[in-house]
Design a protein around this ligand. Structure first.
Ligand SMILES: Cc1cc2nc3c(=O)[nH]c(=O)nc-3n(C[C@H](O)[C@H](O)[C@H](O)COP(=O)(O)O)c2cc1C
Length: 398
């Protein structure tokens, strides 16, 4: 009898992904940096927050839909951009199909393994994510390609500091999949025969190139070549962000990776539509606090001026509800859907989205709220010392 591939929590999806993926591939999704302080705090911080449920007052139905960056979405959850989803042959296209099937929008990484045109065909609610890589002409060319493809928004990610050490060791991922590297990786691959068979059936190895870094129709450079170019590019200034905002025109524009109130205010000045309070899922500067700790101060400072989203550590519907109660309009998820993709392709991502939807609905019911728009800080118990107001004068912070 075929094994039931349905899973009931994101933690179980992660266990399945660990069993299914070759070790270096699983490790590439775990990512994180240095000692893993931030990646762990992102998840653990949600456990420190409690709920204040009502005993009577639940409504028969709850409203989960909302809008983000001009897109109507069926629940306050978006797919956060993540690079090279070659953990599954359909990669970003499978994720886009799942997101479309569940009525949500998707961010596509500029380090994605599939061309934007293919992904947008599967989900037109697509925001293209850009890293500051190459000169202004090269960046403008990528932006134009995204615009022509029909991207409905731009996500600019600038929180990166090229820290590569991990106390548990970094995965050995080859520069290119060719005969030599395939033979070298074969013994590792053979420890996961069902994953190998999934790729074997396609008669092509995982694509480690990044097609959206090149012109339409070109295969794009290998991931590590693009990464090297990124390391050699001078980091952007606020003027560069204002230039990019102008280049993109009036269409929705998000700055992702904001952790400080002063940066959030500068982002407002640069004319962004939205920010994501984020520490890159703990992959960037280790020791940065959990994004949920930084959210309340930022939402209070700029929540009326721009759409404030949060990403980092979301594993349950109740985490989404906590983030909304503390001021986020919606959240973005990273590893949660990657575990689903690894575990069961498109159906696995749909499974994760269904888990989150069920969890949001259940938390709303417990809190006696009929809509995600009714959530307030009072619904959540925030222990003393939980929040971190970064980038505010010391006497004004907690
Ligand atoms: C394997 C991996 C690759 C990522 N690649 C990108 C990327 O290409 N662009 C980007 O803006 N963020 C990237 N991120 C960060 C995510 O967009 C998001 O901020 C983070 O995963 C949220 O934390 P979570 O994984 O706990 O949900 C990546 C995250 C992971 C885990």
């Amino acid at each position: 009898m075929a094994r039931n591939k349905w899973f009931e929590t994101v933690a179980i999806a992660q266990q399945r992904a660990r069993k299914r993926l070759p070790k270096p591939v699983y490790s590439a999704l775990l990512a994180a940096s240095e000692k893993g302080v931030t990646v762990n705090d992102n998840v653990e911080a949600f456990s420190e927050l409690g709920f204040a449920p009502h005993v009577i007052g639940a409504t028969e139905k709850r409203e989960l839909s909302t809008t983000v960056m001009g897109q109507e979405i069926s629940m306050p959850v978006l797919i956060s951009p993540t690079g090279v989803q070659a953990v599954h042959p359909d990669g970003e296209v499978a994720v886009a199909r799942a997101a479309a099937a569940r009525g949500i929008a998707m961010g596509l990484s500029s380090f994605a393994s599939k061309p934007i045109e293919e992904v947008i065909a599967a989900n037109p609610k697509l925001f293209f994510q850009l890293y500051w890589l190459g000169d202004r002409n090269a960046i403008a060319a990528r932006v134009e390609r995204a615009r022509e493809a029909g991207a409905v928004g731009l996500i600019v990610t600038t929180d990166w500091s090229f820290s590569h050490g991990r106390d548990w060791g970094s995965p050995a991922i080859p520069e290119e999949m060719n005969l030599r590297t395939i033979l070298r990786m074969l013994p590792t691959g053979l420890t996961r025969p069902s994953w190998m068979w999934q790729w074997g059936k396609t008669l092509r190895p995982p694509n480690l190139r990044v097609p959206n870094q090149a012109a339409k129709g070109e295969p794009g450079p290998p991931f590590f070549a693009a990464y090297g170019e990124w390391m050699g590019t001078p980091p952007p200034t606020w003027d560069d962000i204002a230039w990019l905002r102008k280049l993109w025109g009036d269409a929705p524009f998000m700055l992702k990776g904001v952790m400080r109130v002063d940066d959030a205010k500068r982002a407002v000045d640069a004319g962004v539509t939205a920010i994501s309070v984020s520490n890159h899922g703990g992959n960037n500067l280790d020791g940065t606090p959990a994004s949920i700790r930084a959210l309340p101060a930022i939402a209070e400072a700029v929540g009326n001026d721009v759409e404030v989203l949060l990403d980092g550590g979301i594993r349950r519907g109740s985490d989404v509800v906590k983030a909304l109660a503390l001021g986020a309009r919606a959240v973005m998820i990273g590893r949660a859907y990657l575990w689903g993709l690894a575990a069961n392709g498109q159906a696995g991502v749909e499974n994760v989205l269904d888990i989150l939807r069920g969890g949001i609905d259940s938390a709303l019911m417990g809190l006696g709220r009929s809509s995600v728009h009714e959530l307030v800080a009072d619904d959540v118990l925030v222990p003393p010392g939980f929040t971190r107001a970064l980038g505010v004068p010391r006497d004004a912070s907690n």
